[in-house]
Design a binder for this molecule. Structure first.
Ligand code: ADP
Ligand code: MG
Length: 692
C-alpha cells in the first residue's frame, strides 16, 4: 500500500513512517498541504494521512482540494492530529470527506489496526463513495472552517498567555532573588567583591564602595590591582594569584590609605567547569592593630611604673634610715642650744645647723612623696605660705624662658592639709605648664578666698558650701583639646613622648586634692593656654601653722618614759632630751627588751614611746602585749614610714598618738606632755585593734 504522510513536524512524520513501513507500506512524505497536493497527483497514493494544523495550506484546505480534484478524490483521507479540542474539527473533517479523525499520539499497533479497518471499509464501498464535502456549499464550508480556525486561535492565545504569565512570574522571582542577594551582599560589613581570572571586578558590595571611597559603578569592570594598589599588573603579594595555584583560601595584609586591611580570597567552584571566579573579603583591622599598639604602650608604661615603684621603695628605705640620722642631729642640736643658753655666741651656729637639718627634712619628704610611702601629715597650713615657700623651687624648675608671677591673697588661707603634698601639687602643675610652653611664656599662680554656694559645690562633686581657698595655676602654653582634657586625670594618660611623660602627674594631683576634700577643675583651649583651679575648704582654727621652733617649750616633767628604739643614736638623743626635761627614762633596744623592762618596772612607767618598726617585736606587738598587762598605759608611736604601715599595724588614731620622724624635739616634748596630762583628747581611744 502506498501511503502519503503530510505533517509539518519531521519527527512525527518519521514515527509514522517507521510504523507504516513496518507493515510493508510504501511511504511518501510532505511537509504541508500545498506540497502534498502536487506530490499526490504524481504519486497517486492509496491513502493520505494528514496533520490538521500546518503552515501555508492546512489539513482542511488540503482535504478540500483533494476532494475537488478528480484524480485524487477517491483516495481515503485520514486526519492524524494532536490539536483536537472537540467534535467540531471531526465534524468539519468528515463533512469535507475525511474517513476518520485519529487523535495523536496513538499506540502504533492500535493505529495500524484502525488504519487497516478504514482502508478495508473504503474498499468495500468502492464506487459508491459519496463525497459529502463536494456537495457542501462554499458558504457553509467557510463558516465552519473559520469557526474551527478561530477556536484553534483562541486555544493558542490561551496557551500563549499562560506561558507569558509563567514567564512574568519567573522574571519577578528572578528580580526578587537578585534583590535579596544584593541586599544580603550589601549587609555584609566586610568589603566583598568577585573577580574573574584576570582580576577584573564583576560584583562588589556596599562596604567595598566605602572602603575604596568610590561608587560601585566606578569599581565594577576595573581590575583589583589598579584600584587597590594602583599597579599595572597583579602585585607579588596578590592572594588571588596564590589561590590560582593552591586552589584553596589565601590571605594577605595590606595598608591602604592608612588603614590596615586583611584580604582573604576564596575560589568559587563553577558548576559547568567554565571560567573561574574569586571572592575577595577585606576587613578593616585598623582598630585591632591600634588596640595592639595601645596594649604594647600600656605594657611599656606598666614596666616603667614598676621600675618607678622599685626606685620608690629604694628611696623609701633610704629615707627611713636618713630620718633616724636627722632626728639625732636635730635632737642634739636642740639640746646643745638649750645647754648653751640664749645668749651664747655658738647659738647662731646651732641655728644654722638646724636650718640645714630642716632642708634635709624637706628633701626626705619629697623622697617619700615620690615613693608614695609618706605620711599624710595633716595640720592647719596657710596656702599663701606654701606658695611662698615653693616659689623659688618652681622658678628653678620652669627655667629662664618662663616668667613666674604669683598673686597672693591679702588674707591668710588656712586649710587642713599636708603641706608637703600641696607643694607636690604645685610642683606637678608647674612642670606640666613648663612642658606646655617650650618657647617660653608666663605661669601665674594666684590665691584667693572664695565662697562656694551649694549649687557650685554640688556641681564640683562636693557637698559643703562655704569658704574655700582658691588656687589658680595658669599658663600661656599650647592648651588642650576636648579629647585630651577628658583624659588628663587618668593614670598613664600622657601626650608626651615615651621617657618624657609618665602620665602620673595629674592623677597624683587629683588624688591629693580629693584627700583634702577639695576640687580641681581645668579650663583650656588649644593654643589658648591652660588654667587649673583648685579649691580647698578653709578651716576656722586659729592654730598657728608656724614651725614648731616658734612654739614655747612645754613645762618639765617628772614621769617615767619607757623608750623602745633600735637605733642607738636615736635612742640616746631621746633619752638625753627627756632627761634634760626632768623625765626619768628607761631605754630598751627593741620590743622584746621593752617588754622585759616594762615587766620589771611596771609600776614606775607612765608612758611608752615606741618606734613602729623594730627588728623582732615591732611597735604594734609591743603595744599589744603591754596594753594587755596594763590596759590604761599611755603610748606614743614614732615612724618615718608610711601611714599605710601604721594602719596595717592596727592602731586607729595616728594623728594624736603618732609623731612623724624626723621629729622636732620641741614637738616631741609637747606631744608627751599632752598625752601625760590627758589634754590629748584622742589618746585614750587607742586600743589594740585585733583582726586588722
Ligand atoms: P605627663 O606630664 O607625664 O604627661 P600628666 O598626668 O602630668 O602626665 O599630664 C597628662 C597630660 O595632660 C599631659 O601629657 C598633657 O597632654 C596634658 N597636660 C597637662 N597639663 C597641661 C598643660 N598645662 N597644658 C597643656 N597640656 C597639659
Ligand atoms: Mg606631668
Amino acid at each position: 500500500m502506498k501511503v502519503m504522510i503530510v505533517d509539518d513536524n519531521a519527527a512525527d512524520r518519521r514515527l509514522l513512517r517507521v510504523n507504516l513501513e513496518h507493515h510493508t507500506c510504501e511511504v511518501v512524505e510532505a511537509a504541508d498541504g500545498r506540497q502534498a497536493l502536487i506530490l499526490a497527483q504524481w504519486y497517486q497514493p492509496d491513502l493520505i494521512i494528514s496533520d490538521a494544523l500546518m503552515p501555508d495550506m492546512d489539513g482542511f484546505q488540503f482535504l478540500r482540494a483533494v476532494k475537488r480534484n478528480a484524480t485524487l478524490m477517491h483516495i481515503p483521507f485520514i486526519f492524524y492530529s494532536a490539536v483536537y479540542t472537540g467534535h467540531k474539527e471531526e465534524a468539519l473533517a468528515k463533512s469535507l470527506g475525511a474517513e476518520a479523525f485519529i487523535v495523536k499520539p496513538k499506540d502504533p499497533v492500535a493505529f495500524w489496526e484502525e488504519v487497516v479497518g478504514i482502508v478495508d471499509a473504503c474498499r468495500a464501498r468502492e464506487g459508491r463513495t459519496v463525497v459529502q464535502g463536494l456537495v457542501q456549499e462554499e458558504e457553509d464550508f467557510l463558516r465552519m472552517y473559520s469557526h474551527v480556525v478561530a477556536r484553534k486561535l483562541e486555544e493558542k492565545v490561551a496557551e500563549l498567555s499562560t506561558a507569558c504569565a509563567e514567564l512574568q512570574k519567573r522574571e519577578a522571582d528572578a528580580t526578587m532573588l537578585s534583590l535579596q542577594w544584593q541586599s544580603t551582599f550589601d549587609a555584609v560589613k566586610e568589603a566583598v567583591w568577585i573577580c574573574d581570572e584576570g582580576a577584573t571586578i564583576l560584583q562588589c558590595n556596599r562596604a567595598t564602595s566605602d572602603l575604596l571611597g568610590m561608587p560601585k559603578d566606578d569599581i565594577i569592570g576595573k581590575t583589583c590591582f589598579t584600584l587597590l594598589h594602583g599597579a599595572p599588573i597583579s602585585i607579588n603579594e596578590c592572594p588571588m594569584e596564590r589561590v590560582k595555584a593552591s586552589g584553596k583560601r589565601e590571605s594577605a595584609h595590606f595598608v591602604l590609605n592608612g588603614k590596615h586591611i586583611d584580604v582573604t580570597v576564596d575560589p568559587i567552584t563553577s558548576l559547568n567547569g567554565g571560567t573561574r571566579r574569586f571572592v575577595h573579603t577585606a576587613s578593616d583591622i585598623s582598630e585591632r592593630v591600634r588596640a595592639g599598639e595601645e596594649r604594647k604602650k600600656l605594657e611599656a608604661q606598666l614596666a616603667q611604673s614598676q621600675k618607678m615603684e622599685a626606685v620608690g621603695q629604694l628611696a623609701g628605705g633610704i629615707a627611713h634610715d636618713f630620718n633616724n640620722i636627722l632626728s639625732v642631729i636635730v635632737g642634739y642640736a636642740e639640746l646643745a642650744k638649750l645647754k648653751l643658753g640664749e645668749d651664747s655666741p655658738a647659738g647662731k651656729f646651732i641655728d644654722n645647723l638646724m636650718d640645714g637639718a630642716d632642708r634635709a627634712t624637706g628633701l626626705i619628704r619629697s623622697l617619700l612623696t615620690f615613693s608614695k610611702t609618706q605620711m599624710m601629715d595633716m595640720a592647719p597650713v596657710d596656702i599663701n605660705q606654701i606658695v611662698g615657700r615653693v616659689r623659688m623651687f618652681l622658678e628653678r624648675i620652669i627655667g629662664e624662658d618662663i616668667r613666674l608671677v604669683t598673686e597672693i591673697a591679702g588674707q591668710e588661707l588656712l586649710v587642713m592639709a599636708d603641706g608637703g603634698q600641696i607643694q607636690q601639687v604645685l610642683i606637678n602643675l608647674a612642670i606640666n605648664a613648663r612642658d606646655a610652653m617650650p618657647d617660653g611664656g608666663t605661669l601665674v599662680i594666684r590665691t584667693e578666698q572664695v565662697m562656694l554656694d551649694t549649687e557650685t559645690v554640688t556641681q564640683y562633686g562636693g557637698c559643703d558650701a562655704g569658704a574655700y581657698a582658691f588656687i589658680s595655676v595658669t599658663d600661656t602654653g599650647v592648651g588642650m583639646d576636648e579629647a585630651v582634657k577628658g583624659k588628663i586625670f587618668e593614670p598613664f594618660f600622657t601626650t608626651k613622648e615615651s621617657g618624657k611623660g609618665s602620665g602620673l602627674g595629674l592623677p597624683m594631683v587629683y588624688g591629693i586634692i580629693k584627700q583634702h576634700n577639695g576640687f580641681i577643675n581645668v579650663y583650656s583651649e588649644p593654643d589658648e593656654g591652660t588654667e587649673f583651679r583648685i579649691y580647698l575648704p578653709l578651716v576656722n582654727e586659729t592654730v598657728a601653722c608656724s614651725s614648731p621652733s616658734s612654739l614655747p617649750y612645754p613645762p618639765n616633767g617628772t614621769e617615767t618614759i619607757l623608750i623602745a628604739e633600735d637605733n642607738d643614736a636615736l635612742r640616746d638623743v631621746a633619752d638625753e632630751l627627756f632627761t634634760s626635761f626632768g623625765y626619768k627614762v628607761i631605754s630598751a633596744r627593741d620590743g622584746e627588751d621593752a617588754l622585759k623592762k616594762f615587766i620589771a618596772h611596771a609600776d614606775a612607767v607612765d608612758l611608752c614611746f615606741l618606734d613602729m618598726i623594730m627588728p623582732g617585736k615591732g611597735g604594734k606587738e609591743t603595744f599589744e602585749e603591754i596594753s594587755r598587762l596594763q590596759p590604761d598605759m599611755k603610748f606614743l608611736f614614732a615612724s618615718g614610714y608610711t601611714a599605710d604601715t601604721i594602719f596595717r599595724k592596727g592602731i586607729a588614731d595616728i594623728h594624736s598618738n603618732f609623731i612623724v620622724k624626723p621629729f622636732a624635739p620641741k614637738l616631741l616634748l609637747r606631744k608627751v606632755r599632752e598625752i601625760l596630762d590627758g589634754t590629748d583628747k584622742m589618746h585614750s581611744d587607742i586600743r589594740p585593734h585585733h583582726g586588722e
